[in-house]
Design a protein around this ligand. Structure first.
Ligand SMILES: Cc1ncc(COP(=O)(O)O)c(C=O)c1O
Length: 377
C-alpha cells in the first residue's frame, strides 16, 4: 500500500491570517520590457528616487576589490561597517544596526514590536511599506491625513494616545511630498509621545537636507526616548542596487533588532561600498549640493512651463500637472521618461519626479510641458 500523501488545497488557511488579502508589491514592467515595447534606446528612471548621479566616487572600486572574498560570510566586515557608520555619526557602535536596506529594517521593526491586534499610526500619504508590513504583522493601521502636504505631527501623536498605538511611522523628509519636519515640531511631538508608543523615523532622504535644517534625532535615541531611526545607502550614496542601510537604535533595543534579522543579511560587496563612501564624507556634501542645484533647476523649468511644485528637501519633486496624472505618466513613458503618478498615492493631478543631472532635467521639463498640453484636464 502506498503512503497517503497530503496535498494542500488552501494555503490561505495555513499562512498567518493577517496575510490573507494583502497584495505583494508589484514593481510593474521592467525598463528593458518598456524599451522593447516602445522601441526606445533609453528610458530615464525618474520614478523610484534612486540617485541618478550614480554611486559616490570610490564605491565601485571597493566592490571590485571585495569580490575576491565573495566565498566568505561577511562576519568581520559587518562590524567594520558598524564602526565606520558610528565614527561618521559620532555615536557608539552598539547603537548602529546594519541591514540590507530600510525595507528590511521596516520588517525587522514590525517583527520586533507588533503583536497581532496592535494598532499602528501611519501618515497619509507616505511611503507605502509601513502600512503593508504592519498589516502583514497583524496590526490595525490608522491613517492620519497630512495637512497642507506636511505630516500632521500633533494629529499623529493624538491618534497614538487615543488608540494606544504600538508604533507611529514617520518619514522625514516625507515621500512623496518632500516636506521636512521642523525642530520645534519634532520636540513637541517627542514630548507628547504616550507611554508604550515607539516612533519609527525613516530618514532615507536625510543626507539631501541642509545639515542646518536637519533634526538631530540621534540625541533622542541616546537619551533613551522611544525613537528608532532608519537610514539607507540607497539614496545619496547611489547604492540602491546593493541593498544597504542601518538603524540607529538605543543600545538596549539594538540586540532585539539583531535577533529578528538574519545574521549575515548584508553582503560583502555592499559593506565594502558603504565603507568606501564613508571614508570621504565630503563627497556626500558635494552630492547634496549637486542634487540641490538640479532640484532647483527642475523647479524653475517647471514653473516656467506653468507647473507648480512643492518645496522639497529630497531628491524628488511633487509637481502639480493637473488633469489625469496616470494618462500623463503613460504619455511620458512613450517619450522615454518614467515618473510616479500622484493618483497612486491619492494625490490626483500630481506627479513625483526624481531629480537627476541638469541636461536630463532640461529634456524632461521640455517633454513634460509638451505632454501636458495633450492630456485631458
Ligand atoms: C521613504 C523611503 N524609505 C525607504 C525606501 C527604501 O529604502 P531601501 O532601499 O534602503 O530599502 C525608499 C525608497 O524609495 C523610500 O522612499
Amino acid at each position: 500500500m502506498g503512503a497517503h500523501l497530503l496535498t494542500v488545497t488552501d494555503w490561505s488557511s495555513l499562512v498567518r491570517p493577517s496575510l490573507v488579502g494583502l497584495e505583494p508589491y508589484r514593481p510593474g514592467p521592467s525598463v528593458s520590457e518598456l524599451r522593447k515595447e516602445h522601441g526606445l534606446d533609453e528610458i530615464a528612471k525618474l520614478n523610484w528616487n534612486e540617485d541618478l548621479f550614480g554611486p559616490l566616487p570610490g564605491a565601485l572600486d571597493a566592490v571590485k576589490d571585495e569580490l575576491v572574498n565573495a566565498w566568505m560570510y561577511p562576519e568581520q566586515a559587518y562590524s567594520d561597517l558598524r564602526e565606520a557608520v558610528a565614527g561618521w555619526l559620532e555615536l557608539p557602535p552598539d547603537t548602529i544596526v546594519p541591514a540590507h536596506g530600510i525595507q528590511a529594517l521596516i520588517a525587522a521593526v514590525a517583527h520586533a514590536f507588533i503583536r497581532e491586534g496592535d494598532t499602528v499610526v501611519v501618515p497619509q500619504p507616505t511611503y507605502g511599506l509601513y502600512a503593508q508590513v504592519s498589516a502583514g504583522a497583524g496590526a490595525r493601521v490608522v491613517r492620519i491625513p497630512n495637512r497642507d502636504f506636511r505630516l500632521d505631527l500633533p494629529a499623529l501623536v493624538d491618534a497614538a494616545r487615543t488608540e494606544s498605538a504600538r508604533l507611529i511611522w514617520i518619514c522625514d523628509p516625507n515621500n512623496p511630498t518632500g516636506s521636512l519636519i521642523e525642530q520645534d515640531e519634532w520636540s513637541e511631538f517627542v514630548s507628547a509621545l504616550p507611554e508604550g508608543t515607539v516612533a519609527v523615523v525613516d530618514e532615507a532622504y536625510r543626507e539631501y537636507v541642509d545639515p542646518e535644517r536637519r533634526v538631530a534625532r540621534e540625541a533622542d535615541v541616546q537619551a533613551g526616548r522611544p525613537v528608532v531611526l532608519l537610514r539607507t545607502f540607497s539614496k545619496i550614496f547611489g547604492l540602491a542596487g546593493l541593498r544597504l542601510g542601518y538603524a540607529v537604535a538605543h543600545q538596549e533595543l539594538a540586540p532585539f533588532l539583531d535577533v529578528v534579522q538574519e545574521p549575515f543579511n548584508v553582503n560583502r560587496a555592499a559593506l565594502a561600498a558603504g565603507r568606501a563612501c564613508l571614508a570621504y564624507p565630503e563627497r556626500i556634501d558635494e552630492r547634496r549640493r549637486e542634487s540641490g542645484e538640479a532640484r532647483a533647476l527642475l523647479a524653475r523649468l517647471l514653473a516656467e512651463a506653468g507647473i507648480g511644485s512643492l518645496p522639497s528637501e529630497a531628491n524628488f519633486l511633487l509637481a502639480h500637472v493637473g488633469g489625469d496624472d496616470a494618462a500623463l505618466a503613460g504619455e511620458l513613458v512613450v517619450r522615454g521618461f518614467l515618473v510616479r503618478p500622484g493618483s497612486e498615492f491619492g494625490l490626483d493631478g500630481w506627479v513625483r519626479v526624481t531629480v537627476g543631472p541638469p541636461p536630463l532635467m532640461e529634456r524632461f521639463a521640455r517633454e513634460l510641458a509638451a505632454v501636458r498640453e495633450a492630456i485631458p484636464r
